[in-house]
Write a protein that binds this ligand. Structure first.
Ligand code: 3PG
Length: 262
């Protein structure tokens, strides 16, 4: 990684953003086959903007709701409910036919939200999601093609990892913020502490098996920068239009996160 001089708040956020990957790739810092996208200057600054914004949001509210939308008309009320509970980041998973329309609707109608695409398995899915309005990409695993596509699209990417070899591969692609998935099954907090002890400049977003019950314990691990999960948007609450319940769950998580990280 090329080291970048840091001066002042804007530069600090830009530096934080590089840790998430988008700006790193756009500025050509990333090494390996997937790195070094040669986007336009405008693309690079968008990457820095998006990565810095995401980084700032994660620092403020280190919780990433993982949302499964079956009916696109529910996307906007779900996003508004999360924002009302203090959680502006919304990861809409590409597991349903409605996902791309849902991302587009949130991007267009909920400017307070920061919408991204989850469960991105291919380069084509990454392109479709970003075209629809996704401002970050999350994958369950580490795939060089998807990382490279995110670099070309100049959006931050957080690929999933569970092992030291995967963390090392991601590190060599220039990435410093990684999803740790499925967290509870892959080794949970002891494994995150072990990985954090070795990969000192990598931060993790554990996802999978996180809830209000264990959120604080995960967030207190120094290597954990945020936690993700679907517990904030239960499918039953979405289907029944109980958006107040989603706001309640978001506010509860926000309060736990403030205590843990504050
Ligand atoms: C994900 O896509 O990140 C996981 O499905 C979320 O896991 P969870 O449902 O256990 O929160």
């Amino acid at each position: 990684m090329t080291s970048v001089p840091v001066h002042g708040e804007e530069d600090r956020l830009a530096e934080d953003g590089r840790r998430i990957g988008g700006a790193s790739q756009a500025s050509g810092d990333a090494t390996g086959s997937a790195g070094g996208a040669t986007g336009s200057a405008g693309g690079a600054s968008r990457a820095i903007g998006d990565a810095s914004r995401l980084s700032a949001l994660l620092a403020q509210t280190p919780v990433v709701p993982v949302v499964v939308i079956d009916d696109a008309s529910n996307a906007v009320p779900v996003a508004r409910a999360l924002v009302a509970g203090g959680l502006p980041i919304v990861e809409i998973t590409l597991r349903t036919a409605a996902a791309i329309e849902a991302i587009g609707a949130v991007a267009a109608d909920v400017p307070e939200a920061h919408v991204g695409a989850g469960t991105v398995l291919s380069e084509e899915q990454a392109r479709t999601a970003v075209a629809a309005g996704a401002r970050f990409i999350v994958s369950p695993g580490l795939d060089e093609g998807v990382v490279s596509a995110a670099g070309e699209l100049t959006v931050p990417i957080m690929p999933g990892v569970t092992t030291p070899s995967e963390v090392q591969r991601a590190w060599n692609l220039g990435l410093r913020v990684l999803k740790y998935f499925p967290a509870s099954l892959a080794g949970g907090i002891p494994m995150l502490k072990a990985l954090g002890a070795v990969f000192r400049d990598v931060k993790f977003i554990p996802t999978g098996g996180i809830s209000a019950k264990n959120l604080r314990d995960y967030l207190e691990v120094p290597a954990v920068t945020a936690c993700g999960g679907s517990w904030l948007t239960p499918s039953s609450a979405i289907a029944e239009g109980e958006f107040g319940e989603i706001t309640r769950l978001a506010a509860e998580a926000n309060a736990i996160a403030s205590e843990a990280k504050g």
